[in-house]
Ligand binder design. Structure first.
Ligand code: ZN
Ligand code: ZN
Ligand code: FE
Length: 784
């Protein structure tokens, strides 16, 4: 070879397809005057080069350090090839299909700034084109049918590019080189507006805006599914949507034009601003607008609201219209409890009774993906619903695992697949309670297994015998590992942070099945990726009526009263004011149920403790959505924290005479949350205001848990602590615990990329299942 150059083949793994990676390689090679080829394959990107060893090192360094913004390189392998042809230039080869080992599909990305300026430039040929995109933005996961990620394998295959688009697509110097969804007015998808039996094609955006201004409900086909949109500045429009959707109080997400507009309604931190305008553009939970522009019924009783910025070109076109309302409600286009609609047919069938009209397009949505939801806590972004923009980006694991399918839980369900050292968490599937959501679940399992070419060797699921996801797992016929819910919560956080040694875990949660048949949820564990030990838990409470008690806080309030103060406490004259309006017959019945232990499962749940407190304080008797009472209690506490002197509150807290953070010397020991309830009831009797007591409740809980884990540290020497569970979505609780534990010298870890609610447990299940499988095979003592 000339100049001592050798032939080398590099294989680049990671998210390197559909993100402008080959043009980047082309540019790099041409810049370094190296000849060869770059190719997409099922195995990642393959580069063949003639170069010296020094050039090779520089080349690899540059690949690693200067890759395009959306690329995520996980490894670069190289080998010397003796008989490479004498390349005379560097070229990009068209895709070849091959055996898939390391390929990854990129997630869907919000419109980039380059495309946005073309969209709004009257001289650009894509001025106002609703489907403009490039290699740095646009649909990906939602349009992929199979791999390698290439136009004929996506729902863009039905659109043949015009000459101009094709020229961009084939030009390595162009921003749209191999942008699979590349399109324009002449050749690409388009919008239509359907109102009654009328179809409007000339200006669908204008037609939609006019209806929104008339306070109509418009169903909009988006990137990963349908939204239902209304004017978010109109109480009437929002009330209409709420009543038609049967959603009386659950907060509704809104969209506003940009950060500047948002600044007129609410205050946002720099971290929140970054999260809102990140390439993923999630819904971000922000302080509720204080201005009078926003409708008052967007998030009743709460101080937070979900906000997102426009992420598709047609969202921008809506907001660029001069008549567009300043705020649009954009809530998921589904029937209650069902997955969101993706096809126009589904929307016509199911959303007909809700929407007045339909803004549609003809680019098929292959994979349903909801909007992601995130929140800044401890000044870090935390993803609470992982879907659009994040899925299917993998989580890197510290160890290689066998290929696992983990089926998650029942609420906010997701599943997880592993391959090599990666865990692929599925998009948010929703609550798995009916056939529609189970179908979505099983279709998604199949699709993700296909596009990632994963054939699970084992399956993991929750210990709960009745979860549909557990049944699904059993039916696979693979070796099955049943994982305790809160252990899975803890290990999900451990996996995200690469923790493998034993840790302390504080899991404050709603519902999780315990191996003793009771419902766990206020749990202190010590655990690693194989095993856990229950060190302590909250005071047990009966749940009169079983599952019903989880949605009717007054039941938990009565249960807490009776458990703390005995049967007398349920006599009408002894009830706190908030419970006097409950039908006396019902109170008596609940008293008897507890006494005779009829349909009263025992729980140590933190969520139910919050419900009890909310019921006692008169915050809420009956909930219309999951978590409502706890969220309202937190909002009340925040209001109090702004009103009262925190020092005084801390003094009350310690002065509360019954409060002794507590311990019965049993194993596992009890964190006497009952004493916190005692304090609360005393406060009510003394006539303290509800907001002050709500704050006191939070502070005492933080204090009790902190004191408790300190004792466990004395016993075990562990100082790494993991915080997770649905109740930790409460900012006051999570930030308070983090602050107090940091003060005591703990290293505190919680979820950021992976939800701390039940949306994250499939990751924990996969890791525990994978490790258990490996060790049971190693010890040849298969336990299942
Ligand atoms: Zn773009
Ligand atoms: Zn075109
Ligand atoms: Fe949970």
């Amino acid at each position: 070879m000339v100049d001592g150059r050798i032939g080398v083949e590099l294989t680049v793994h990671g998210i390197v397809q559909g993100v402008g990676f080959r043009p980047f390689v082309h540019k790099l090679a041409v810049g370094m005057e190296l000849n060869g080829t770059v190719t997409n394959s099922g195995d990642g990107v393959i580069i063949r080069l003639l170069c010296s060893e020094k050039e090779l090192n520089l080349f690899i360094d540059t690949l690693n350090n200067n890759a395009p913004p959306l690329a995520r390189i996980t490894s670069i392998a190289h080998k010397i090839i003796q008989d490479l042809p004498e390349y005379v230039k560097f070229t990009i080869d068209t895709s070849i299909s091959g055996p898939v080992r390391g390929a990854m599909i990129p997630p869907d990305i919000a419109l980039c700034n380059d495309c946005l300026s073309e969209l709004t430039n009257q001289n650009d040929r894509r001025y106002n084109y609703p489907f403009i995109n490039c290699t740095n933005c646009g649909p990906r996961f939602t349009i992929v049918e199979t791999i390698p990620y290439d136009r004929p394998k996506t729902s863009m295959k039905q659109f043949t590019m015009c000459n101009q688009c094709a020229a961009e697509y084939h030009n390595p110097e162009d921003r749209r080189f191999h942008a699979q969804p590349n399109a324009c007015f002449d050749c690409g998808p388009h919008l239509t507006y359907h109102h009654n039996s009328q179809i409007i094609t000339d200006d669908p955006i204008d037609a939609a805006i006019q209806d929104l201004c008339r306070r109509k409900i418009v169903a909009i086909r988006g990137l990963g599914g349908f939204h239902l949109a209304v004017d978010g500045t109109s109480d009437t429009a929002v009330a209409k949507l709420r009543s038609r959707k049967g959603r009386p109080a659950k907060p509704l997400a809104i969209m506003v034009a940009d950060i500047q507009q948002l600044g007129e309604f609410t205050t946002i931190s720099p971290e929140e601003q970054r999260l809102l305008s990140s390439p993923q553009h999630p819904i971000v939970l922000l302080p509720k607008p204080t201005s009078s522009v926003a409708a008052t019924n967007l998030a009743p009783g709460l101080d937070e609201i979900g906000v997102m910025l426009p992420y598709t070109p047609f969202h921008h076109l809506l907001f660029n219209h001069p008549d567009c309302p300043q705020i649009l409600v954009m809530t998921s286009g589904n029937l209650s409890g069902e997955p969101i609609c993706t096809s126009s047919k589904c929307a016509f069938d199911k959303l007909n009774s809700i929407a007045n009209s339909f803004l549609l397009h003809n680019r098929d949505i292959v994979t349903r993906v909801d909007d992601s939801v995130a929140k800044v806590m401890n000044r870090q972004p935390m993803i609470l619903r992982r879907a659009r923009g994040y899925v299917p980006s993998p989580i890197s694991l510290s160890d290689q695992l066998p290929q696992v399918l983990a089926c998650g839980g029942g609420l906010k369900s997701t599943f997880c697949l592993t391959r090599d050292r990666f865990a692929f968490l599925s998009q948010h599937i929703g609550d798995l309670f009916n056939l529609e959501s189970l179908n979505f679940f099983s279709e998604s399992v199949e699709h993700l297994q296909n596009v990632l070419e994963i054939k699970p060797e084992l399956v993991a699921c929750d210990l709960h015998p009745d979860y549909l996801s557990s049944h699904f797992a059993e039916e696979t016929g693979l070796p099955l590992y049943k994982i305790q819910h809160h252990h899975a919560h803890a290990v999900a956080v451990m996996a995200e942070h690469g923790l493998t040694n034993e840790v302390l875990a504080v899991i404050l949660d709603g519902t999780g099945y315990g191996p003793d048949g009771t419902i766990w949820g206020g749990e202190i564990l010590t655990c690693d990726c194989h095993h856990y030990q229950r060190q302590g838990h909250f005071s047990p409470l009966p749940m009169p009526g079983g599952d019903v008690a989880a949605s009717e806080p007054y039941r938990m309030a009565l249960a807490a009263l009776r458990t703390t103060f005995g049967p007398e406490s349920l006599l009408p004259k002894n009830l706190p004011p908030a419970l006097t309006s409950v039908d006396p017959k019902q109170v008596r019945l609940i008293g008897e149920m507890i006494q005779k232990n009829i349909n009263c499962p025992i729980t140590t749940s933190c969520g139910r403790l919050f419900d009890a407190a909310a019921g006692l304080l008169g915050v809420r008797k009956i909930m219309s959505y999951e978590g409502q009472a706890a969220m309202e209690l937190e909002s009340l506490a925040w209001r109090a924290s702004k009103k009262y002197n925190l020092k005084e509150i801390a003094d009350w807290t310690t002065a509360c005479k019954n409060y002794q953070p507590l311990l019965e010397q049993t194993a596992p020991s009890v964190i006497a949350t009952q004493l916190i309830i005692t304090c609360l009831i005393e406060g009510i009797t003394q006539g303290f205001p509800a907001d002050q007591l709500a704050l006191q409740f939070h502070l005492q809980l933080i204090g009790a848990v902190t004191d408790y884990v300190e004792q466990i540290r004395h016993k075990t020497g562990l100082k790494d602590i993991v915080l997770s569970g649905g109740s930790m979505q409460n900012r006051m609780l999570l930030e308070g615990l983090t602050r107090e534990l940091n003060k005591k010298g703990f290293s505190v870890y919680t979820g950021s990329e992976v939800p701390i609610n039940d949306g994250g447990i499939s990751l924990g299940q996969a890791v525990i299942g994978g490790f258990s499988h490996v060790s049971s095979n190693t010890h040849a003592s298969h336990q299942h």
